[in-house]
Design a protein around this ligand. Structure first.
Ligand SMILES: O=C(CO)COP(=O)(O)O
Ligand SMILES: O=C[C@H](O)COP(=O)(O)O
Ligand SMILES: [Zn+2]
Ligand SMILES: [Zn+2]
Length: 341
């Protein structure tokens, strides 16, 4: 299928909310990880979201170029082409963008989509994230309101973050503490500033103890009931049931029970990076350890081209990651739900 149109993406998100399921949003950093994610979604007969972080976009542009917009545009061009060969809908998204990177990442990318839409084409990306969690809430929401206008013009969905996601983000470590839980008050302020869809469509990463990365049991305390409290408070004030579309960050390593509870409270997108990174790399490590003599030129030998060809270990890596993506669809109940059937 072609990359999801704004209408298809809107329908994907609406159906997920109504059906209490969510889409895995898989971080990718290369054509290999993109192809693995596509295969995982297709195997699960699930539509899905594939995203790049600022660091991922920079990496995609090449080691001496290091330009986030170049990398994101190149990734999107490649994805728009290869996605046509899979029988599911895929939306492209950009992950956490802090204030100091807005002018170097999200704003220029939105401008490209605005020009495409003005020329009768579809936007390049279907959604972008503004992560204002490092600035005071009032300023976060003021910037969000401005970006929501621009996003709506370009037929793009905006994702925002209210509250803080712990763990590593963009190389910066956020402590695991009380700030990881969005308050009802901040949820209400968000709706005051951004409305409930009439100013443009947005998704909210309200935080309930989410942490990037995988930790030993007991270190992360997720409290999905916070999402329910905010949905109820906003719902009571505006007379709507479950009015918000929510995003679950730090999906890796979460318990199935926590994931399922969050789905009941309106999560429609769950980000997964660390677990898919591991399932990509694990088979490569296995290949290298098993084929030590082939991948290295040991003791003056010539190695084995069939074992060090990047396609050989690349296929194993892609299979490992695709299986984890399909498993995420099961966890999020999106298996078999593709609108493309
Ligand atoms: O939230 C994420 C990306 O924004 C992914 O988090 P994990 O790496 O914990 O899966
Ligand atoms: O921010 C969280 C994502 O896991 C992205 O990670 P990254 O910045 O290392 O690409
Ligand atoms: Zn953040
Ligand atoms: Zn995140």
């Amino acid at each position: 299928m072609p990359i999801a149109s704004p209408e298809t993406y809107a329908e994907m998100l609406d159906r997920a909310k109504a059906g209490r399921y969510a889409y895995p949003a898989i971080n990718v950093t290369s054509s290999q990880t993109l192809n693995a994610a596509l295969k995982g979604f297709a195997d699960a007969e699930s539509d899905g979201i594939i995203q790049v972080s600022t660091g991922g976009a920079e990496y995609l542009s090449g080691p001496s170029v290091k330009d986030m917009v170049t990398g994101a545009v190149a990734f999107a061009a490649y994805a728009h082409e290869v996605a046509k060969k899979y029988p599911v809908n895929i939306a492209l998204h950009t992950d956490h963008c802090p204030q100091e990177k807005l002018d170097k990442f999200v704003r220029p990318l939105m401008q490209i989509s605005k020009e495409r839409v003005a020329a009768g084409q579809e936007p390049l990306f279907q959604s972008h994230m503004w992560d204002g969690s490092a600035v005071p809430v009032a300023e976060n929401l003021q910037i969000a309101a401005e970006l929501l206008d621009r996003a709506a013009e370009a037929k793009i969905v905006l994702e925002i973050e209210v509250g803080v996601v712990g763990g590593e983000e963009d190389g910066v470590e956020n402590a695991i503490n009380d700030k990881l839980y969005t308050t009802v008050e901040d949820g209400l302020a968000m709706v005051e500033a951004l409305g409930l869809g009439e100013k443009g469509r947005y998704m909210a990463a309200l935080t309930f103890g989410n942490v990037h990365g995988v930790y030993k049991p007991g270190n992360v305390k997720l409290r999905p009931e916070i999402l329910n409290q905010i949905q109820e408070a906003v719902g009571a004030k505006y007379g709507k049931e479950k009015p918000l579309s929510l995003v679950f960050h730090g999906g890796s390593g979460s318990l199935l029970s926590e994931i399922r509870e969050a789905l009941d409270y309106g999560v429609v997108k769950m980000n997964i990076d660390t677990d898919t990174q591991y399932t990509f790399t694990r088979p490569v490590a296995d290949h290298m350890f098993r084929n030590y003599d082939g991948v290295l030129k040991v003791d003056g030998e010539v190695g084995n081209k069939k074992q060090y060809d990047p396609r050989v270990w690349g296929k194993a890596a892609e299979a490992g990651m695709a299986a984890r993506v399909a498993e995420a669809c099961e966890h999020l109940r999106s298996t078999g739900t593709t609108l493309a059937k």
